[in-house]
Write a protein that binds this ligand. Structure first.
Ligand code: DQA
Length: 145
């Protein structure tokens, strides 16, 4: 049976393509989802790709993953730098957790240098643009092998 991955996107990532394109590029989230699904299929994985602007919804989805998914890839967006609730939820996940960022937060404002999520992450991918989504799926496939 195929392994299933919960792929979460945090606040404002629904605005990809429109939002600060000089940082995040011109690709929309719908396009990123298609690219991610194709990459997952190539690696024999099934992904459930979701986006929310709400911290509590992301927490509930992570809780769902404890029983239902083999791993999580998460771009927590701004909640990376603020959310103890998302960190605490991720700590309950038994499978691999990959933290993903389109930009490299370490080259940006100092408030982006701190990640709560990293404390629960198996690995971190940042700064590769939306290509990082494909890289994250490849990394997850390796981790689950
Ligand atoms: C981001 C980086 C965060 O600092 C920012 O708040 C985002 C997107 C990224 O993908 O580069 O919303 O997670």
């Amino acid at each position: 049976m195929s392994k299933t991955i919960l792929f979460l996107n945090g606040p404002n990532l629904n605005m990809l393509g429109v939002r600060e394109p000089e940082i995040y590029g011109a690709t929309t989230l719908a396009e990123v989802e298609k690219i991610s699904e194709a990459q997952a299929a190539m690696r024999g994985l099934v992904i459930d790709f979701r986006q929310s602007n709400t911290e509590g919804e992301l927490v509930s989805w992570i809780q769902e993953a404890i029983e239902k998914f083999d791993g999580i890839i998460i771009n927590p967006a701004a909640y990376t730098h603020t959310s103890v609730a998302i960190l605490d939820a991720l700590k309950m996940v038994k499978g691999p957790v990959i933290e993903l960022h389109i930009s490299n937060p370490h080259t940006r404002e100092s408030f982006r240098h701190k990640s709560y999520v990293s404390l629960a992450a198996t690995g971190i991918i940042a700064g590769l643009g939306v290509a990082g989504y494909r890289v994250a799926i490849d990394a997850m496939a390796e981790l689950l092998n």
